[in-house]
Ligand binder design. Structure first.
Ligand code: ZN
Length: 252
């Protein structure tokens, strides 16, 4: 059994290109290390990647890594070991990837996740504006077939249609969505409508995703560049149990 920490050990930090441009579907990168698991499957570390790992409320990206000799490696799951992104998958043609390679992202599922993730931030705003009060977020998932945002405590009698209406109002305004980087000290002054900042890991700087005029939330995820791209937000249910309230949603 291969341990992720061993795969990543001694590797330089992976440059996460998706943090600067979520729309990159194809780039070149350099293979840093390949650790085989079986004859065909293994773990690949690159100097840079457009693949978002599983985490931060997002499912793993998938895609392909193609070498100059035509060898192809299918990326099934993307994981992280500290600052290093590890691509797990199978050699589907030729040999394990080496040297300079081309990364091809499975764009359709990723774009869906971008729409879901931005919808999640829009719903964070909708919950704050409809429910109000001092809410603490517990967890979230931003991907098809259904996403959710979850809060500590009981939201009370909230009309899902009211949340949906506020979310779709913001979507209809086609507001700009972009990321900024801020230092630790600036963070409290830059965020808006974000929940329990105390839960954040201790970092020298933070990426904050801004929906212009709506909110600004620390987030390392991939987003669409305008709320209009989200499409229609549908709140599919609000579940309250075990001291948690979960707002489930879909984008159409
Ligand atoms: Zn986020």
């Amino acid at each position: 059994m291969v341990r992720l920490e061993e795969v990543a050990e001694g590797c330089p930090e992976t440059t996460r290109l998706y943090l600067e441009d979520a729309y990159l579907r194809e780039v070149e990168a350099e293979v840093i290390r390949y650790v085989p698991e079986t004859k065909k499957s293994g773990y690949l570390v690159l100097d840079a990647t457009i693949f978002h790992p599983k985490g931060g409320g997002q499912p793993s990206d998938t895609g392909e890594v193609v070498a100059s000799d035509g060898s192809r490696f299918r990326v099934r799951k993307v994981l992280e070991a500290g600052p290093v992104v590890v691509h797990y998958g199978q050699v589907v043609q030729g040999d394990p990837p080496t040297g300079r390679v081309r990364l091809l992202l499975d764009w359709e599922p990723r774009y869906q996740v971008m729409r879901y993730h931005t919808a999640g931030h829009v719903l964070d705003h909708a919950v704050l504006s409809v429910v109000g009060g001092d809410l603490r977020s517990a967890s979230a998932f931003h991907g098809p077939p259904e996403g959710y945002i979850e809060f500590e405590g009981e939201l009370g009698a909230v009309d899902p249609r009211a949340l949906e209406a506020e979310a779709n109002r913001v979507v209809g305004e086609d507001r700009r969505v972009y990321a900024i980087w801020v230092g630790k000290e600036e963070l409290p002054g830059k965020v808006k409508g974000a929940f329990n900042l105390s839960r954040l890991p201790d970092l020298p700087r933070y990426r904050v995703v801004v929906i212009e005029g709506i909110n600004a939330i620390p987030c390392g995820g991939t987003h669409v560049s305008r709320t209009g791209e989200v499409g229609k937000v549908r709140v599919t249910g609000i579940d309250v149990s075990g001291g948690l309230s979960r707002v489930r949603y879909r984008v159409e």
